[in-house]
Design a protein around this ligand. Structure first.
Ligand SMILES: NC(=O)c1ccc[n+]([C@@H]2O[C@H](COP(=O)([O-])OP(=O)(O)OC[C@H]3O[C@@H](n4cnc5c(N)ncnc54)[C@H](OP(=O)(O)O)[C@@H]3O)[C@@H](O)[C@H]2O)c1
Length: 196
């Protein structure tokens, strides 16, 4: 039997087009829209991680403080996702100060949605980048409710997993999106949702 992590490598994962300044949500969901359990992902699907990395590298990633703490946050130090500008949303000032004090290149913290655009526009190389909203649920919900998301890249996992956090699909009206399946495999499909 094939190992789980080999399955995602069966076919070449697509590289989507990128538009400077466009806001794209990228998420992996189960059939019942589960995205997380106990503060982390309930699955390990290498193919989906490769897809995420392939398409976000060189761009801007925006995440909530809780997702940030799940990713590469060790002993009060956050290692940014490589080759990407990392923006963390948090209103918790003490934690903010800890991250700032690290003085890590390509790592920004802001306490407001509007700060994301301001940071993205603040330096020349970043202006040409797409803005990927990488989760979690609270951050997806905030951006969808603000009606500023232009695209969603959704990995639809073909198996159900237990979880306590769901993707806020209720904040999207399917009639307002053109949906195209851009990848299909045994374990997951990928859909591109473009705002009409
Ligand atoms: N399947 C996927 O694709 C995927 C992707 C990412 C994450 N996840 C999962 O999602 C779960 C985490 O999601 P979550 O909803 O609990 O947390 P989250 O969205 O990662 O982070 C929430 C935090 O973000 C900050 N925040 C939210 N809105 C803000 C705003 N408007 N301005 C400033 N800061 C704001 C707050 O931080 P403070 O409390 O510091 O103020 C809030 O507590 C984990 O289980 C993770 O594994 C799944």
């Amino acid at each position: 039997m094939k190992k789980e992590h080999d399955i995602g490598r069966e076919k070449k994962l697509p590289l989507v087009n990128h538009v400077p300044g466009r806001i794209t949500i990228i998420a992996a969901v189960t059939p019942s829209l589960v995205i997380g359990k106990d503060g982390s992902l309930p699955w390990h699907i290498t193919g989906d991680l490769q897809w995420f990395s392939r398409n976000t590298r060189g761009h801007i990633v925006v995440m909530g403080r809780k997702t940030c703490q799940e990713l590469n946050y060790v002993a009060s130090h956050y290692k940014p996702l490589k080759n990407r500008v990392n923006i963390i949303l948090s209103k918790f000032t003490p934690w903010w100060n800890i991250v700032w004090s690290q003085k890590v290149e390509d790592l920004y913290v802001c306490n407001h949605l509007s700060g994301v655009r301001a940071i993205a526009n603040s330096t020349q190389p970043m202006k040409s980048k797409e803005i990927f909203i990488i989760g979690g649920a609270e951050i997806y919900r905030t951006f969808l409710a603000a009606n500023i998301v232009n695209r969603m890249l959704l990995t639809k996992i073909n198996k159900e997993y237990e979880g306590d956090i769901k993707f806020p699909m209720g904040y999207t009206n399917p009639k307002l999106w053109d949906v195209e399946k851009i990848y299909e495999s045994e374990r997951f499909n990928i859909e591109e949702w473009l705002k009409k």
